[in-house]
Design a protein around this ligand. Structure first.
Ligand SMILES: *Cc1c(COP(=O)(O)O)cnc(C)c1O
Length: 295
């Protein structure tokens, strides 16, 4: 896997927005310009495994704005693999910035209907079962193992709570796997009504960790996946002005809102020390009209 920025910063939140609670943000968004945030960690062992299996081609799945797709395209090119992206939905007339970038990194894109996209096993057979296949979002034990290393990037031992956004839950599973006994793990789901998330997370944890507890909040989706009503945009701008912290409309804007809201609701106590994972994804903001965000 390519090098990432060696000294990952931890940004302490200082504005009144967080009521003086001891909260810091692990800035994984800064580690690499393309394979940003949690994607580098989730892909790391997949790429290694594909090398060990002497595969030539890596194939994976995602939506037209998927950070995973563009990160996988870059990581595959960097490691010398041919890459294939199976994209959900009909081929658009105008490609999203994500798809354009993925293509520039050599990924061959194939568009499949939303209906066909649901049956991944059939798609694998229709393409080539000999490819090294990575699930959507890197979801697997292998992806979880890479995400476990997020907590090794800085000294995280003193934090009492580790809080992160969830899509597939792969990153959260890694955090649960790596957390110390005194640390509580909290996930903020970016999807509306993702009822199977807890079960999915448990399914990729090592057997020895399946009894660990974790909490997921399902009520901070702002209307659904990637939905971004004005109240969310206003919050992201307010956060930028108060803390100089850029967030994205799909995951981290909602994550930071949830933290602020939970603090207001006295969910945390005065002795708690929070570590919020900034999992990247700022490219997603490119889908917004110009001047929507102040950053
Ligand atoms: C992909 C992504 C996530 C979701 O990670 P999962 O491991 O699928 O839960 C969270 N935050 C950002 C910024 C992402 O790009």
């Amino acid at each position: 896997m390519m090098q990432i920025k060696p000294n990952i910063s931890v940004q302490k939140l200082v504005s009144p927005l967080f009521n003086g609670v001891d909260a810091s943000v692990l800035r994984l968004d800064e580690i690499h310009s393309v394979v940003s945030g949690n994607k580098w960690f989730k892909l790391k062992y997949h790429i290694e495994e594909a090398e060990q299996q002497n595969k030539k081609t890596i194939a994976t799945f995602g939506g037209a704005y998927s950070n995973h797709i563009v990160a996988a395209a870059f990581a595959c090119k960097n490691a010398g693999f041919t890459s294939i992206g199976i994209i959900r939905g009909e081929k658009p007339n105008i490609f999203s910035p994500t798809l354009i970038a993925a293509q520039q990194y050599g990924m061959q894109l194939h568009f499949v209907s939303r209906e066909d996209f649901k049956n991944k096993e059939l798609l694998k057979q229709q393409f080539d079962t000999n490819y090294y296949w990575i699930n959507e979002g890197g979801f697997s034990y292998t992806g979880m193992l890479g995400a476990s290393e997020i907590l090794q990037t800085v000294d995280t031992t003193s934090y009492t709570h580790i809080i992160a956004a969830c899509g597939t839950g792969t990153m959260l599973a890694g955090l649960i796997n790596a957390a110390l006994p005194h640390q509580k793990i909290i996930g903020i789901s970016a999807l509306k009504g993702h009822a199977g998330l807890e079960k999915d997370i448990l399914s990729i944890l090592p057997d020895t960790k399946k009894n660990k507890t974790f909490s997921i909040f399902h009520n901070y989706h702002f209307g659904g996946y990637a939905k971004h009503p004005p109240i969310l945009i206003d919050w992201m701008n307010e956060l930028w002005q108060a803390e100089n912290l850029p967030t994205d409309i799909v995951y981290t804007g909602k994550l930071l809102f949830a933290v602020k809201d939970l603090i207001e609701k006295a969910y945390f106590s005065i002795n708690d020390k929070l570590l919020i994972i900034h999992s990247g994804g700022l490219q997603g903001n490119l889908s917004l009209p110009e001047n929507t965000l102040r950053f």
